[in-house]
Design a protein around this ligand. Structure first.
Ligand code: 5GP
Ligand code: ZN
Length: 146
């Protein structure tokens, strides 16, 4: 088993585990961006968010929600930045889905999610919206969108 997170899930390599459920394991990032930086991972090896089965997605986000308050409280944080690098081009270094929960304090020197983007767009919103609705297929019919 080559995947580091699969090996942590299996207990083959140590990690500072903070939560375990039948579907999900959460542990501290070994190179934390801040004290209390948690990674929440599905037990099943899934490279990208779009590969998650619906139940696995439910359980993963449920655990993120369940941990958000304890992480904040344990570190006396004022908020958390919650994010996923999804795909190698985004900086994802371990191809096993993981949600970062990073405690935040005002004046901590880190930016918002917006600050990671140079804001480079070239296409109008309506064109992009139509393209995404088309790609998402017939599910959009339920929303009354065409
Ligand atoms: P990514 O850049 O893929 O979104 O984040 C991967 C994260 O995994 C990084 O923040 C990195 O510090 C963390 N990481 C890499 N290897 C290990 C490890 O062996 N144990 C733990 N606990 N975290 C790791
Ligand atoms: Zn894995």
């Amino acid at each position: 088993m080559a995947c580091i997170f699969c090996r942590i899930v299996a207990g083959e390599i140590p990690a500072e585990v903070v939560a375990r459920t039948p579907e999900v394991v959460a542990f501290l990032d070994v190179q934390p961006l801040a004290d209390g930086h948690v990674l929440v991972v599905p037990r099943a090896h899934v490279p990208a968010v779009e590969d998650l089965e619906p139940d696995a997605a439910d359980e993963l986000f449920r655990e993120v929600v369940r941990l958000a308050r304890p992480v904040r409280d344990a570190l006396a944080a004022e908020g958390t930045t919650i994010g996923v690098n999804n795909g190698e081009a985004t900086g994802q270094t371990i191809p096993h889905v993981h949600v970062h929960i990073v405690p935040r304090w005002s004046g901590d020197g880190a930016g918002s999610v917006h600050s990671i983007f140079p804001r480079k767009t070239s296409r109008p919103l309506d064109e992009v919206g139509a393209a995404i609705r088309r790609a998402a297929g017939d599910r959009q019919g339920d929303l009354g969108l065409t």
